[in-house]
Design a binder for this molecule. Sequence first.
Ligand code: SF4
Length: 160
Amino acid sequence: MGLLRKIRTTGRVAEPAPPAPMGEVLPQARRLSGSAQVRCVDAGSCNGCEIEIAAAFNPVYDAERYGARLVASPRHADVALVTGPVTRNMAEPLRRTVQAMPEPPIVVAVGDCAIDCGEFAGGYGIEGAVSDVVPVDLAVPGCPPAPAEIVAALRRVTGR
Ligand code: SF4
């Protein structure tokens, strides 16, 4: 009983949230009213960026507390988080994924490879950077970017 009382009186223990990025919110994201559904697209990544995206949604960084939520279908997604250089095989699926999203889709390029092909620039199987295939609204640099930076980018979409 002592333990239950302690749990009830302690409440939720978490780091205080950093200030909301007001004034930096993407203009095209204002219609979302603080809630963004997010679809991840691995366009050819080494999976390093995926590990950091997973961390961004874990209980420590907890992107969901700022209104970002992962979804399984682009039809339900407001935001595409795209990682990796775009390989030739993934160029058309990436185009179709973004076309399947409700208008206007918001595309976030996550990691140096997504921004300028990074380590894989000039590779025989590389189509190009994400912006060579679909319009990009926001870029998160780093190899890989830290989870806090991915969360900060998502907060620029949700405004929370
Ligand atoms: S940016 Fe770095 S971690 Fe991300 S896909 Fe490229 S090489 Fe991998």
